[in-house]
Design a protein around this ligand. Structure first.
Ligand code: DAH
Length: 339
């Protein structure tokens, strides 16, 4: 028994010393001290040892175990230390190298213009609401007094998901969605992305943005509309800006108008910016058509309202004197960071 233990200890210590990896040390531990290990097997043979010899042999087994454990521990910490040192050597950090510059993002000119615009209307008590970009034909056309086969549908050709669902051509459907809820009075703007099957050029894109405006209450008149848009134009483009209403037609407003502002570049005398006319068109507007109110469950004899639709890119291009809409979408940061 004694020789057996001696041989086992020697063997174990030798293998521990030769081990070069933590996994190997663990295997050694298992194979000697584990449940099915060699030392454990010897322990099981104790029953064959005579009673008198048992304490001495027991002591020997314990000593052997302690020696193996101590050797394992020593070798493990030695190996761990070595591995750590190697790792540190591999991962040297040169703290004197200059840091990598973090490139700060920048708000898009469209977004800057939108926030300025929202500020004006929120200041007048408007709420900012959103509607879905994938919209029902019903909201985009039908409820806005544009029935099937109406020529206005041709001008706003878009991308259809199926015969009832499409990518909205305008933000006007948000008007219907808000009115339908029936919470009076309404004073809201609805900015968002719209889609049309447009060819790309300096002033057109298949996807662009609009800001819809809607006010519905008792006794709202065209003069409220004029005053509101005059105020907006002055706050947004400068206090000397004048507005001009030109009669126009939109199916969802009656009467309807297009609004021009005096050219903020030349002040109205005529320049390249306004193509010599002194005026620049910025939006469409009008009094909400009684049919639209009715379609949305609002009594046109009790309530009236006005609406307007601003092309966001249009005012962004004007405000920053950018001459090509495509620049807004190319994501060239050298361009975008100028604003
Ligand atoms: N939705 C119209 C368009 O895309 C713009 C517009 C005109 C909106 C008049 C309005 C409005 O709310 O009253 O051409």
């Amino acid at each position: 028994m004694k020789e057996k233990l001696e041989a086992l200890k020697e063997n174990a210590l030798k293998r521990i010393e030769e081990a070069k990896e933590l996994d190997v040390l663990n295997d050694i531990k298992v194979s000697f001290l584990g449940k099915k290990g060699e030392l454990t097997a010897i322990l099981k043979g104790m029953k064959d040892v005579s009673k008198e010899d048992r304490p001495a042999v027991g002591q020997l087994v314990n000593d052997t175990r302690a020696a193996i454990e101590a050797a394992l521990e020593k070798e493990t910490s030695k190996l761990q230390k070595k591995l750590r040192e190697e790792k540190l050597k591999r991962e040297v950090i040169d703290v004197t190298l200059p840091g990598e510059k973090v490139k700060m993002g920048h708000r898009h000119p469209n977004q800057i213009a939108l926030e300025a615009l929202e500020e004006v209307f929120v200041g007048m008590g408007y709420e900012v609401v959103e509607g879905p970009e994938v919209e029902y034909d019903k909201y985009n056309f039908e409820m806005l007094n544009i029935p099937a086969n109406h020529p206005a549908k041709d001008e706003q050709d878009t991308f259809y998901i199926n015969s009832e669902i499409l990518l909205r051509t305008q933000t006007s459907p948000v008007q219907a969605r808000v009115m339908e809820q029936g919470k009076m009075p309404i004073r809201m703007i609805a900015p968002g992305r719209v889609f049309r099957s447009n060819e790309v050029d300096a002033t057109h894109s298949p996807s662009f943005h609009q800001v819809e405006g809607l006010v519905v209450d008792k006794g709202i008149t065209f003069s409220d509309l004029k005053g509101t848009l005059q105020q907006f134009a002055q706050e947004f483009f400068g206090k000397d800006t004048k507005v001009k209403f030109r009669p126009h037609h939109f199916p969802f407003t009656e009467p309807s108008a297009e609004v021009d502002i005096t050219c903020f570049k030349c002040g109205g005398t005529g320049c390249r910016m306004c193509k010599g006319s002194g005026w620049i068109e910025i939006l469409g507007c009008g009094m909400v058509h009684p049919n639209v109110l009715k379609n949305c469950g609002i009594d046109p004899d009790e309530y009236s309202g006005f609406a307007f639709g601003i092309g966001l890119e249009r005012v962004t291009l004007l405000k920053y004197e950018i001459d090509d809409m495509r620049l807004l979408y190319e994501n060239d940061t050298r361009f975008l960071k100028q604003f």
